[in-house]
Design a protein around this ligand. Structure first.
Ligand code: SF4
Length: 350
């Protein structure tokens, strides 16, 4: 098995992707090690999100909060606003909890083992393994979608996911070397992202083309197999965009638990099959013809948009008015931003 990892590391030495949070193989060999804070931030952001989407956010976070102590001291609302648009907002809340735990319980220093990292809020087995391998060069096995695909093909495994996960993980673990495990973890991910891609694997230039079983049998394009997903349900809701005479917008911070928890949004109804209207303030509400549509992991959401101008003395039963010069649409999560973008221009502009 050692041969396979060595072959891949030789390929990685030449073809490693450059990423802002990565210390490349040349610098690693020269003794450089990545800052665990930088690695942790990238891994939390990359959960459920692509490298392309994460780059700008990662840069922005490091500019505003260059160290874990800076982030731990940040205001919750500032972090949530900086995260807006990246999705899966529970990650942003866990990011803050984790930064504060590192500062309070670990003297500002990240634990350097898989088990230690797993103790931190918001760090599950995948992220703990990734940080332990990449930041601390521990021989941990990191198994993401890329790695599962590569293993399924390398060993021609036809069991569908998710049932195949234990076998794919075992295969990946068997290949993990004791030398350069951090580089190796990133090398398998790079192979899956750039060569062994989902639809058209470039087997001709793959460092594992000789031993690869799926290349030999011609099954690579159909692997890994997946158990068909159930149809995604649709939920409906109402949102209410009210603008006061002085230009202030009626917004609310959503409860910490639940979807978009802790994020700023428009007051609205529950999201169900058949929601009840739930206006936050008495007003002459107008309904837009267009709906805001957004897809979360487990359901599609369709929001009916109500809007109104309200007088200066309006007294909403929830939410609070935010002055026009303190409101930035970019601090809204994407679903709520879509609502804003659909509002009549006359309402948005003055
Ligand atoms: S030979 Fe082809 S299918 Fe096999 S690991 Fe390489 S790119 Fe993937």
């Amino acid at each position: 098995m050692r041969d396979l990892s060595e072959t891949l590391l030789e390929w990685y030495d030449v073809h490693a992707r450059q990423m802002p949070w990565r210390v490349g193989p040349v610098d690693r060999k020269a003794g450089s090690r990545p800052d665990p804070y930088v690695v942790w931030l990238s891994e939390v952001m990359l959960q459920q999100t692509t490298v392309a989407a994460v780059r700008d956010y990662h840069r922005k976070f490091l500019q505003i909060w260059p160290s874990v102590a800076d982030l731990a001291a940040a205001e919750d609302a500032d972090v949530m606003a900086a995260w807006a648009g990246l999705g899966y907002y529970a990650r942003a809340r866990n990011l803050l909890r984790c930064a504060r735990a590192v500062v309070t319980d670990y003297n500002g220093v990240f634990p350097d083992t898989y088990e230690g990292l797993l103790e931190l809020p918001g760090i599950g087995p995948y992220t703990a393994a990734a940080i332990a391998a990449i930041a601390f060069d521990r021989a941990e096995t990191v198994v993401d979608g890329n790695v599962e695909r590569v293993m399924a093909r390398l060993y021609d495994i036809h069991t569908p996911l998710p049932a195949a996960k234990p076998e794919l993980t075992r295969r990946a673990r068997d290949l993990t070397p004791d030398t350069r495990p951090g580089d190796y973890a990133q090398a398998v991910m790079d192979l899956g992202a750039t060569i062994c891609t989902p639809r058209s694997p470039a087997c001709g230039i793959c460092p594992w083309r000789v031993p690869c079983q799926a290349r030999i049998t011609g099954t690579a394009p159909v692997l890994p197999k997946k158990t068909p997903k159930k149809k995604t349900p649709t939920r409906f809701g109402f949102v209410y965009a009210a603008r006061r005479a002085d230009g202030a917008w009626l917004l609310e911070t959503r409860p910490d638990s639940g979807l978009l928890g802790g994020m700023l949004g428009w007051p609205g109804s529950d999201w169900t099959d058949d929601p009840e209207p739930a206006a936050p303030v008495v007003a002459d509400w107008q309904q837009l013809d267009a709906e805001a549509r957004h897809t979360f992991t487990h359901f599609h959401l369709r929001l009916k948009i109500m809007w109104a101008r309200v007088p200066q003395g309006a007294a909403p039963d929830r939410g609070a008015f935010v002055a026009a010069d303190r409101f930035s649409p970019s601090s809204l999560p994407t679903a709520m931003r879509k609502v804003y973008d659909l509002l009549p221009a006359t309402l948005r502009e003055n």
